[in-house]
Design a binder for this molecule. Structure first.
Ligand code: SF4
Length: 397
């Protein structure tokens, strides 16, 4: 806490409640994978009680019209990102540099401000949060017969940087404006449940809504370091080999193997040696990118998460002074993956019907239009020039 109270945690719950109270708005809420691993800590629930189904129940009681699991749009991100990677890798577009994952706004901002010459190496796939919002304001709005302008898209996230990512504007022919209208952190969710006097022990497991009901274990592990890469490799394997790999075939890249916040591995798929790296924490990331830049390390695909342990350790999660729970929370997501009925994004029935009924194929023209972004469309503000004493030199106009 700031000792003089000059810095306050940003709280957007009022915005959300204003939309709930507006009869014109259809409020659709998504819940990120990492939130389920931590929200119970703020309400005294143990792991078996703190299910995502009970978060859905709390959101419905607060007034949300539709509730969904971001693990669904994480599956969608995998479909797009895995096929983008195979295409860019096969046509030689990546040259001797890797493709980087792009779902962490803390990392994307870090890359653009510190290594702008590598911006083109980012995957163009939007993050699961943004993909969810764009699907809500296009296909879902059409299906329920609502003007996209009246869809109010809310994201419950483990992350403070997602509030900044939300500010990015995307324009297409169906709607103009934000993919996501409001981002609330896990801490804001917990405060809201308390403010509504919802007794945690009265919450019941409830299912997400249709059309985007089904999720997979691959989508759930997005919340832990290595999860995006592992989910992408399961789907890339299927695309290249024509069959599913054993679900734990790539488990060597999970957090438990990351002694230094970095894992490197080479996998042979159809006579191709795929060199991958998974890194978390920005100090570890800087060391890795400096080596990639200098040409001393070579990879084909790299996953980066700004927070230690990935999103489970995000800045919006419950805080316990002096305790780091990210890795314990990550283990919970792998437990949920192991116990999921479906463990491959490409086997998700609702993802299949979304492609059949709307997008066609991954990376189709329509999918590009709605689910991808142009990383060159916004640039980081230039760093100010300073004099010898460190004062900013202002330009005269
Ligand atoms: Fe946000 Fe941290 Fe997850 Fe990046 S790793 S998306 S900054 S919570």
């Amino acid at each position: 806490h700031c000792p003089v109270g000059a810095l306050k945690e940003r709280d957007d719950t009022e915005e959300f409640l204003r939309a709930i109270a507006d009869p014109k708005k259809v409020v659709v809420v998504q819940v990120a994978p990492a939130v389920r691993a931590a929200w119970g800590e703020g309400l005294g629930l143990d792991l078996s009680e703190a299910t995502v189904g009970r978060i859905f129940d709390s959101l419905r009681r607060i007034g949300a019209d539709y509730v969904f699991d971001t693990a669904f749009s994480a599956d969608l991100t995998i479909m797009e990102e895995a096929s983008e990677f195979i295409a860019r890798f096969s046509n030689g577009e990546l040259k001797d540099k890797p493709m980087f994952t792009s779902c962490c706004p803390g990392w994307v901002r870090f890359l653009k401000s510190n290594y702008p010459h590598l911006t083109g190496q980012l995957s163009s796939a939007k993050s699961p949060m943004q993909m969810f919002g764009s699907v809500m304001k296009t296909h879902f709005a059409q299906e329920i017969g609502v003007d996209p302008e009246n869809i109010y898209s809310v994201a419950i996230m483990p992350c403070v940087a997602k509030k900044g990512e939300r500010n990015m504007e995307f324009f297409n022919e169906e709607y103009a404006g934000h993919d996501t209208d409001c981002v609330l952190t896990s801490r804001e969710l917990v405060r809201m449940i308390k403010a509504f006097h919802i007794l945690p022990e009265t919450l019941e497991d409830s299912e997400p809504d249709h059309l985007f009901h089904d999720v997979t274990g691959a989508g759930i592990i997005f919340g832990a370091t290595g999860g995006v890469m592992e989910a992408a490799l399961r789907t890339a394997y299927h695309s290249l080999m024509g069959e599913n790999c054993p679900p734990d075939a790539f488990k060597v890249i999970r957090a438990e193997s990351q002694k230094t916040g970095l894992t490197e591995a080479t996998f042979n798929l159809k006579d191709i040696d795929l060199r991958i790296a998974v890194v978390n924490g920005l100090a570890n990331t800087r060391r890795l990118i400096d080596e990639i830049d200098a040409g001393t390390k070579k990879y084909d695909f790299v996953e980066v998460m700004a927070c230690p342990g990935g999103c489970v350790g995000g800045g919006g999660q419950p805080i316990h002074d002096g305790e780091e729970l990210a890795f314990a929370r990550g283990k919970n997501l792998y437990f949920l993956d192991k116990n999921s009925k479906i463990r491959y994004s490409h086997d998700n029935p609702d993802i299949k019907s979304l492609y059949e009924n709307y997008f066609g194929t991954p990376n189709s023209h329509k999918a590009h239009h709605v689910l991808h972004t142009d990383h060159f469309a916004w640039e980081m503000p230039k760093r100010p020039t300073r004099d010898r004493d460190g004062y900013i030199i202002r330009e005269r106009h």
